[in-house]
Each structure stands twice: as C-alpha cells, then as structure tokens.
Design a protein around this ligand. Structure first.
Ligand SMILES: [Fe+2]
Length: 272
C-alpha cells in the first residue's frame, strides 16, 4: 500500500483501501479517503456516456424532515437508478416500495453488463470492502430484501448555479447503524469547479433556522475540507457530516455511488 501525504491531515490518499484507514474515517480521525485510478479511463468514458444518455434520468430528491414532516429538495443532482430514499415512510405494499425491490437486481446487472469486460466499479468496491473488512461486506437487506447498489449521479452545470447547500444524508430511524459513509466513484468531472466540501462540525442552528428548510448552513459553518476529485477516483466520506458540491461554469459531473453502513462486529452493508 502506498499512502500519499497531503497538506490536509484530514484527507488520506492511498492506492489501496485498508481496514486501518477505514477505521480512521469511522472514528472521525480523518474526513476523506481518496483512491485515485480506481476505474480506468476507458471504463470512465464508457460509463459516463451510458449515464448521460440514459433514457431514465430523473431528478434526485434530497429529503429533510421539518417538524416530523418529510420535504424533498432538489439540489441539482440527477439520478439513474431507483434510490432507497424514494421508499422512506412507505408501507411494504406501497407500489413505490415494491418497485424499488423489483428493480434492485436489474440495476446491479445493468451496470455490470455495460462495464464488461471490466468489472463494474460498484462490484469492485463491494469485493474490496469484503476482502479488507474483518467482518466482510454485503449488499444491504434492511427489510430482508436485496437492495440496489450503484446509482448513477449526474450534475449538469446549469442545474447547480450556486454552490450546493451543505447537508447530511438521512435514513429512516428504524435502520440501526453505528455509522454511514458514501462511496463516490467519479467518472467525469468538469474542467473547473465541482469541488467536494466536507465539514468536521454540525451547524449550530437556532429553532427558527432549523425550521427554515431553505436556510443555507454555510453561514453557520467554519471552513470545510475541500477536494477536487479526478475522473476514475473513488472517494469515501462520512455522510452524517455536512457535505456539498461547489458549482461549476460548464461541463458536467458524472459519478456512481453507494452508501456504506457500519455496525460494530457486523459486515459492512452497501446500498443506494
Ligand atoms: Fe449527500
């Protein structure tokens, strides 16, 4: 394993993921893990074209809860794939929930098929985590059904004219995890801008600010750790800490993403 030392001690750049570095992310000793060249240029080009031209590209909603009520916000991210957050608060008979589980395996297989003869980047991530983590890593089955792993995410410059509002990613409270991360595999990045920002603190909000879902946390946060990922790079961050994407004047950002759940003495769980 080769570790690169950067100016920012909260960022570790490595050629290979390992348990020790993941432990540091879990314990909050570091904020970001970067693995450059996780995906070849050829596969990046193929998958980014696949996602940009996909016939089912939809707005990706970010859900927040205001006084216990769900609100869905659009931060400029489009998705290819049917994400778990669409099912939040739905009963097991709800058509949306049924659709999520019906589509999960097709989504995984589609990415595998488009990637062949290369391994799907999401399969590669899952296998590497399974091999390095002492309790292994599996596709999540929060409701005893196999979930989707690997959702395409596209940001077009015209949809993100301002820097994205910092946010944390939510899960229904009944899902019991000790930690939650995002594995983002970048396939295409804009020529300038589009940096990923991660904050090592929660904003100190007044009651009024908490109730105002349009309130921009930036005013309440100190400077973030900022990285500019390259195409082909895998980036892991703790999604319970505020994070955001900076705007960019042209081009688009294409990535494929999986959440990674952590619970002590259990396998890591992956889902989208
Ligand atoms: Fe997020």
């Amino acid at each position: 394993m080769v570790l690169y030392f950067t100016m920012n001690k909260m960022v570790v750049t490595t050629t290979k993921l390992d348990q020790k570095t993941l432990d540091k992310l879990i314990s909050g000793k570091i904020l970001v893990i970067r693995v450059p060249n996780f995906v070849s240029d050829k596969l990046c080009a193929r998958l980014s074209t696949h996602f940009l031209k996909h016939h089912e590209i939809r707005n990706y909603g970010h859900e927040i809860y205001v006084n216990g009520k769900k609100k869905v916000l659009f931060y400029g991210v489009k998705r290819i794939g049917y994400p778990f957050n669409l099912t939040y608060g739905k009963s097991s008979n709800d058509p949306i929930k049924k659709e999520y589980y019906v589509r999960a395996l097709d989504g995984i297989r589609e990415l595998r098929k488009v990637s062949a003869p290369f391994p799907s980047p999401i399969d590669k991530l899952r296998l590497e985590l399974d091999e390095l983590w002492k309790d292994g890593a599996n596709i999540a089955r929060f409701e005893n059904k196999m979930m989707l792993v690997g959702m395409g995410r596209v940001i077009n410059h015209e949809d993100i004219q301002d820097d994205e509002s910092p946010h944390v990613d939510s899960l229904p409270p009944k899902i019991d995890l000790d930690g939650r991360f995002s594995g983002i595999i970048y396939l295409k990045v804009p020529p300038v801008g589009g940096e990923l920002e991660v904050w090592n603190q929660f904003p100190n909000l007044s009651k009024k600010e908490k109730e105002n879902y349009k309130f921009n946390w930036r005013e309440k946060l100190v400077s973030p750790t900022v990285i500019r990922p390259k195409a082909g790079e895998l980036v892991l961050i703790n999604t319970l800490l505020p994070h955001a994407v900076k705007s960019f004047p042209n081009g688009n950002r294409v990535a494929v993403q999986s959440f990674i759940g952590y619970k002590k003495n259990k396998p890591l769980q992956l889902w989208s």
